[in-house]
Design a protein around this ligand. Structure first.
Ligand SMILES: [Zn+2]
Length: 188
């Protein structure tokens, strides 16, 4: 059997190996930069398939804006490669103290640039990822101030999210570009 031939069957669920997750709190804007945090997970890897395992970027923590040559290859690898506080990148062989490794990346970008970042990471994990958007919103109701501290309500956090599953990314970009489809998803 030729292993290069992959049968494509619409009835088969395309389940992605990775999950790219973008979390943000502000309002999304096409042109105005807003902060967000990007994390990458290995789907269904934890506890016998019952959860996601955090993955790493082979990149020194704190250097979030650049793919920094000399401090890792910038590729994504599984949390499986880390043991006892030491991780070895399967792509370039670099040894890391996991404390120094990047497991989340913070950017302040407008939607068009966020689309670039997500597209780059999507190809980095071999186009095998679902994209998750998580939006944390504070409850806009005013907090009631009274003399009794017990009655002061914490503003409640609301989380809404959207998922762009791999199967849809593949289908939607069949006649166009992945970048355009991701941008469309972010702008929706
Ligand atoms: Zn590496």
């Amino acid at each position: 059997m030729d292993s290069n031939i992959i049968a494509v069957d619409d009835s088969v669920k395309l389940s992605a190996k990775w999950k790219l997750e973008l979390r943000f709190t502000g309002k999304r804007s096409k042109d105005k930069p807003y902060p967000g945090t990007l994390t990458v997970w290995e789907s269904g890897k934890k506890l016998n398939g019952d959860g996601d395992l955090k993955a790493y970027w082979c990149m020194k923590a704190g250097i979030n804006y650049k793919e920094y040559a000399g401090y890792g290859c910038g590729k994504v690898f599984s949390g499986d490669c880390a043991e006892g506080g030491i991780a070895v990148c399967p792509h370039c062989g670099m040894r890391w103290d996991t404390e120094q490794l990047t497991d989340s990346r913070y950017f302040v970008l407008p939607t068009s640039k966020w689309a670039f970042v997500l597209e780059r990471e999507y190809w980095k994990v071999s186009a095998d990822a679902d994209i998750y958007l998580k939006y944390h919103k504070m409850d806009p109701r005013p907090v009631a101030f009274t003399s009794n501290p017990d009655t002061i309500r914490e503003p409640r956090k609301k989380v809404s999210f959207a998922i762009y599953p791999l199967a849809n990314i593949v289908k939607d970009s069949a006649h166009g570009s992945v970048l355009n489809e991701i941008r469309g998803f972010l702008e929706a």
